[in-house]
Design a protein around this ligand. Sequence first.
Ligand SMILES: *[C@@H]1O[C@H](CO)[C@@H](O)[C@H](O)[C@H]1NC(C)=O
Ligand SMILES: [Zn+2]
Length: 479
Amino acid sequence: MARRVGSLVPLAAAVLVLLVAAGAGAAGHDDEAAARRTMEEFAGFPASDGVDGERSSSSAAAAFYVDSDGLQRQIDELASFSDSPAPSVTRVLYSDKDVQARRYIKGIMNQLGLTIREDAVGNIFGHWEGSEAGLGAVATGSHVDAIPFSGKYDGVVGVLGALEAINMLKRSGFQPKRSLEVIMFTSEEPTRFGISCLGSRLMAGSEELAQSLKETVDNQNVSFFDAADSAGYKMHPEDLHNVFLKKDNYFAFIELHIEQGPILEKEGIQIGVVTAIAAPASIKVEFEGNGGHAGAVLMPARNDAGLAAAELALAVEKHVLESGSIDTVGTVGILQLHPGAINSIPSKSHVEIDVRDIDEKRRNTVIEKVHQSATEISKKRGVVLSEFKIINQDPPALSDKSVISAMEFAAKQLNLEYKLMISRAYHDSLFMARISPMGMIFIPCYKGYSHKPEEYASPEDMANGVKVLALTMAKLSLQ
Ligand SMILES: *[C@@H]1O[C@H](CO)[C@@H](O)[C@H](O)[C@H]1NC(C)=O
Ligand SMILES: [Zn+2]
C-alpha cells in the first residue's frame, strides 16, 4: 500500500513536468530525474535507447500534447454525417448517417490500434489491453447520435476526445496496467424510439428495456429490430441479454462532456468535476370535465379541466420549492386543452411534468405530493383524474469517490481550475453508475447552449478536458 501511494506521487510529478515542458511554462528541473525514472518504471519509456535521459524525457514531453487541430477536424468531419444542413446536425439511431458515423469512429479506433468489439445493439468498444488484462478495465465514452437540428459537440467530445486521450497516452509511451477502453454508446438520445440512453441502459442490465424493445416501434411503425437490422445489427430478441455487463467488468467509467449549462463559462472555470447526476421522473396527467359553451354555462355549474391543469402546474412549483433544496426542479413543459377553442370550456386537459433531483427520496416525495394535489384538485373541481402515470423514474447517480479524487488529482496536476458540480442533464454515465464506479468531466460551452446548432466548445477547453481525461485514466489504470 505504502509503495503504491509512493509510486503515484512521482508519476504525478512526471506528468506535470512533461506538460509544463510541453507548454511554454517553466519546467521544474529538480523533478526531472524523478520524472524520468517514474515514466520509465510505470509508463513504459525505454530506459536507454541510445539517447541520453534529458532527450528522452523531452521527447516524451513533446509527445504529451493534445492534437487540437486533428480533434477539431474529426469533429467537423463527423458533423458532416447529418440529415440536416450545416451548421446543424441531425443523426438519428440506425439511420444511414448514424451508420456512416459508426464507421468513422471504428476507423479511428482501428488507426489507434484498439481492438474493436460491437455488441448486439451496436455499442462500440475500442480496447487497449493493459499489462494486467485480468483486472477490471478503465472505460470512458459517450454518444454520437444527435437530435434533429442540434450541434456537433454534445456527446461527440466524449468519444472523439476520449480517442484523442488514448492517442496522447500512446504518443507519450504510456503503458496501461488495467486495460483502457473507449465506448461509443448506442442512442443516448430518445429521438427514434422514445428511449434515452438505450445502449447504456441495456449494458447496465435493464431487463425491463430488453422486454419492452420487443414491442417498440418508431413513428413510421418500424420495429426496433428491423431498424437495427437495416443498420447491420441483425439480432434475435434473446441477444439483448448479451449486451448486459457484469458489475466487475469495469474498475471505473469516466465520461467527458460539454457542460450544456452556463456555469463554467460564466465563472471562468476550465473543468467541472461532476459529483452527482440528477435524474428525471416524468409524469403524464389527464383531467376530464363536462366542457360546454363558454357563454351559456355559468361559473357555478362548471367543472373546467383546464383550470384543474393550471392549478396542478402551480402545485408542482409549490411542492418543488417546499423541498427546500436548490437541486430539486420541476417543470410543466406540456399543457394541452381540449377542444382548444376560445369559446369552449376545456373538457379535457393533458399535463406532462418533469421532476429532477440528485436525491431520489426527495424527488419521489415531490411526486407523491403532486399526486395528492392532483387527486384533491379533481375532487374540488368535480373533474375526473383519468390518468396519473409515472412514465419513468430513474434513480439519480453519485460519482464514486475514487473517480472524483482521480479527476481532481488530474486537474491539479495540470494547473487547471476546477469546480465540483452537479450534472443536471443526464447522460450514459447515469446508467454506467449502476455497474461501475463513475465520474464525469465537464468543460465549458458557449453560453451553455446545447441541442442547437450554436453549440460550441473552444479547442482550448476541449484540450483541457482531454488532458484531464487522459491523466485520470492513466492514474486509475495503474491502481
Ligand atoms: C404496424 O405494423 C404492424 C406489423 O407490421 C401491423 O400489424 C400494424 O397494423 C401496423 N400499425 C400501423 C398503425 O400501421
Ligand atoms: Zn450528451
